[in-house]
Write a protein that binds this ligand. Structure first.
Ligand code: SF4
Length: 377
């Protein structure tokens, strides 16, 4: 994590975790916090699942999880993996055979709880398959499916029970000398999830997969996830995350990135700073920002754009952004480039012109980065 000596109040000290790999994606250590999502197609439908994986990858997903509840879906997994640009995690329910099939089909990671597999021989078989095929494992503790003996011991799902469950599963992998694992301790209640994650973060150095499970609809789930995950990420906890929404998986990716972008932990695409608008606005801010958001979706370069209704806040925000527009009078406003006032622009030509300016700036940033990279080699 880069430290900001000028603005120390922006620094986040990430918890030190071990690094593992999910395919080509490093998770933990100093690796960027990766964004995951999960397909909701029928996994045995290769065409539909691949289309969704590609859409999620295009939106920025680093890793995509596919549920493999039966043999037809583990058979389909081979083709899905072959066509996916990002590593695929196979979500196994309980069946050890599905886990072995998924490892053989090329899954980069198995989401399976070793304590749920059954007898020790089966556990060993699954671990062997993971090892032989370069698969990591995610232990996924969920408050809603805690082991019976822990519910009896603690009376209800609580952080201590979740941490104990997680550590029991971890021990099984460690006893089999398997260390390529990460862990999640999810709950739909933000207090429970946050406390469980804090507990597991202290109990192990394994990389942590964050999530508030069953968070709800796009709006409600985004708020809930932002509070739960934001709080943990701000405290330095979390190496990879999934936002769980009752919505298109592409939305989960977008929300995941927005959470990371808000905390300065990842940067991707255009960060649009816009005012809420009021009677002083010199143009229709809301409509303009909505249109620009869609028109600029193709930009992957991390950069900023301020779209502000009037001079009350416009020039100040434009000082800190790569491209800025501030509304003025008589149907025109001011364009700012790299924080400096540049030229007047009529509201009518605004969308096309700003898209052009952002594209040009993105190309400049990419070219400068390429020069810096070449110089560093
Ligand atoms: S920047 Fe101007 S238009 Fe936007 S909310 Fe503030 S006063 Fe209103």
């Amino acid at each position: 994590m880069s430290h900001n000596p000028i603005r120390p109040w922006r620094n986040i000290d990430r918890r030190t975790s071990r690094q593992i790999h999910v395919g080509k994606v490093p998770v933990g250590g100093d690796a960027p916090i990766s964004v995951q999502t999960m397909t909701n197609t029928d996994s045995s439908d290769v065409k539909a699942t691949v289309a969704q994986v590609l859409a999620c990858a295009e939106a920025g997903a680093d890793i995509v999880r596919v549920s493999t509840p039966d043999e037809s879906s583990t058979r389909a997994l081979k083709e899905i993996v072959a066509e996916s640009p990002v590593p695929i995690v196979a979500d196994i329910h309980f069946h050890y055979k599905r886990a072995i099939e998924a490892a053989e089909a090329g899954a980069a990671c198995l989401r399976i709880n070793p304590g749920n597999i059954g007898d020790k021989a089966r556990v060993r078989e699954v671990i062997k398959a993971a090892r032989d095929h370069g698969c990591s494992i995610r232990i996924g503790v969920n408050a809603g499916s805690l082991e019976k003996h822990l519910l009896e011991k603690y009376g209800e799902p609580c952080p201590e029970a979740m941490v104990e469950s997680g550590m029991d599963h971890i021990r099984i992998l460690q006893d089999n000398d398997f260390h390529e694992f990460k862990i999640s301790v999810k709950a739909s209640d933000v207090f429970l999830a946050a406390a469980a994650y804090q507990g597991i973060a202290e109990a192990t150095d394994a990389p942590i997969h964050l999530g508030i499970t069953e968070a709800g609809t796009l709006n409600a789930g985004t708020v809930k996830s932002s509070i739960g995950l934001g709080n943990l990420l701000w405290a330095g906890i979390g190496d990879t995350l999934r936002v769980s929404l009752s919505a298109d998986p592409v939305e989960e990716v977008r929300v995941g990135f927005e959470i990371l972008k808000s905390l300065g932990l990842r940067h991707r695409g255009v960060n649009i700073i816009s005012c809420p608008s009021c009677a002083r606005q010199g143009f229709d801010v809301i409509k303009t920002v909505e249109t620009l958001e869609q028109r600029l979706e193709h930009i992957k370069t991390p950069m900023s754009l301020s779209i502000i209704g009037c001079v009350v806040n416009g020039p100040g925000e434009a000082l800190m952004t790569d491209v800025g527009f501030t509304g003025g009078g008589a149907g025109a406003g001011m364009v700012y480039l790299s924080g400096k006032q540049s030229h007047k622009l009529s509201n009518e030509k605004m969308i096309e012109h700003i898209v052009e300016q952002v594209e040009t700036k993105a190309a400049e940033i990419e070219a400068a980065a390429a020069v810096a990279e070449a110089a560093a080699e």
